[in-house]
Design a protein around this ligand. Structure first.
Ligand code: BG6
Length: 464
């Protein structure tokens, strides 16, 4: 029998985001964000045509949900503030109903002994900001800084862990390269500009945090996706390094070390992809790095050298530099189609230890999506998600090993607390410790993994 015990002050909890859980998308003064808008325009792009207004009703049910979190052993919970709920136009007027709501949520968490980890941006650009260009427009960077400052002023005394953004590379990829998020642009150069401004917005939010003399820590949540080459041949290794540069190091280096990787700048320059910058930005980046890093990990990226060069006239895309590699025999999640590679979580933590000053970090999302999960319900109505328990256990073993080897990892948050609405996939893939029955008034029921999580969090570990 092996024992996996974690430090006494380890953060156990889960993560969620405003758009995916709150619902109440068009009431109490909330402004539209790009999801509300895009759904109105193209409902067919969403699984079963379900839009964000159908999210899990946290807006009404937060007290019940927080009581459940407590029951499931949470000592911390990551939520996000909806920019368009707090500031319906993205700038200017603050919505008093939103201020009230977030104060109540924070109070409820604190009274339950659950530390709120608060994120400012989880893919939910206010429509008014997108209409002036979203992250492509530098004015939106300034607006984000003002929004962040407002949040610190309003909620700072109740929150000591802040995050500027969740997975900022995703809006770059999904919104400006691969047609999966609004505004559905496919243009590498514009994508680079979006990424640059989003990184700048993060640094400027950190600047506001420090200027407001806040007492807690501020960081960013990054989806670090380790890039593994098909082989040790130079061409494969080079391809994996380029994927790593684009999708990991772009945000990781600037967030932790205060500058973009030189190799990335050279590569972008060579292909005429450099963004428009201002000279003072460099100082902002180097002065305002993060105190704390959230690592979201789901699956690795497998990469091989390009077998056929792209057509010379084809518009340039990241895939001009590498090909995806379907590694034979890799373990797949049969219910979602993503690879499961538990050691990846360890490789990330050791990379942070060795190459990123052992920055203070935690696992901010890790989870297993399952389609049609109701089929695993037993006679008593509990979803028997043993596959998810195994998934968590197998990842936690590697987190534990990294901890033993000196990684500065402070906690583990699963994605997610309850089944929620997810971007284009809506309710297709369920991830919760708690299920949500959409046909029965969004009724919550704890899954087997929820009970398991409670034991692990309460005992600070587990045996196998
Ligand atoms: C993460 C995001 O990358 O993936 C979440 O931070 C998202 O917001 C999760 O819900 C799962 O994605 P999907 O598409 O499987 O529901």
């Amino acid at each position: 029998m092996s024992q996996y015990t974690f430090p006494n002050d380890f953060w156990w909890g889960s993560a969620a985001s405003a758009t995916q859980t709150e619902g109440a998308a068009a009431i109490d003064g909330k402004g539209k964000n790009i999801w509300d808008y895009w759904y109105e325009q193209e409902p067919n792009r969403f699984f079963q045509q379900v839009g964000p207004s159908e999210a899990s009703r946290f807006y009404e049910a937060y007290q019940t949900d927080i009581a459940l979190m407590k029951k499931l052993g949470h000592n911390s919970f990551r939520m996000s503030i909806s920019w368009s709920r707090l500031m319906p136009n993205g700038t200017g007027e603050v919505n008093p109903a939103a201020v009230n709501f977030y104060h109540h949520v924070l109070d409820e968490l604190i009274n339950a002994g659950i530390e709120p980890f608060v994120n400012l941006y989880h893919f939910d650009m206010p429509l008014a900001m997108q209409q002036i260009g979203g992250w492509e427009n530098r004015d939106v960077v300034e607006a984000f800084q003002a929004y962040a400052r407002t949040c610190f002023q309003l909620f700072g005394p109740k929150v000591s862990k802040w995050f500027t953004q969740n997975e900022p590379i995703v809006p770059v990829e999904a919104g400006y390269l691969y047609d999966m998020h609004y505004p559905n642009v496919v243009d590498f150069k514009r994508a680079v500009q979006v990424g640059y401004h989003s990184a700048l917005a993060s640094a400027k939010a950190i600047q506001a945090y420090k200027e407001e003399r806040q007492q807690g820590k501020i960081g960013i949540i990054l989806n670090v996706t380790p890039s593994y080459p098909r082989s040790s041949h130079a061409a494969d290794v080079k391809a994996a390094k380029i994927a790593d540069l684009f999708f990991n190091r772009s945000f990781l280096d600037v967030s932790v070390k205060g500058e973009f990787p030189k190799e990335l700048i050279q590569l972008l320059e060579k292909h005429d992809l450099l963004p428009v910058t201002q000279t003072e930005d460099r100082v902002i980046f180097s002065n305002y790095t993060i105190d704390l890093l959230g690592v979201n990990y789901y699956q690795p990226r497998r990469v091989k050298a390009k077998e056929y060069a792209a057509h010379p006239d084809a518009p340039i895309m990241p895939e001009h530099f590498f090909d995806a590699y379907d590694m034979p025999g890799r373990k797949m999640n049969p219910y979602r189609g993503w690879e499961i590679y538990e050691k990846g979580i360890y490789d990330i933590l050791i990379n942070l230890k060795d190459n990123y000053n052992n920055v203070e970090c935690f696992i901010s999302e890790n989870g297993m999506g399952v389609e049609n999960e109701q089929r695993f319900k037993d006679d008593s109505g509990i979803i028997q998600d043993d596959y998810r328990i195994d998934f968590y256990k197998d990842h936690l073993k590697w987190v534990h090993k990294a901890l033993e080897e000196g990684a500065n990892v402070k906690g583990y948050h699963v994605w997610t607390f309850m089944d929620n609405w997810s971007w284009m996939n809506a309710y297709k893939n369920r991830y919760g410790l708690v299920s949500v029955d959409l046909n029965n008034n969004a009724k919550r029921s704890i899954k087997k993994s929820g009970y398991w999580f409670k034991d692990v969090a309460t005992n600070n570990g587990f045996f196998t």
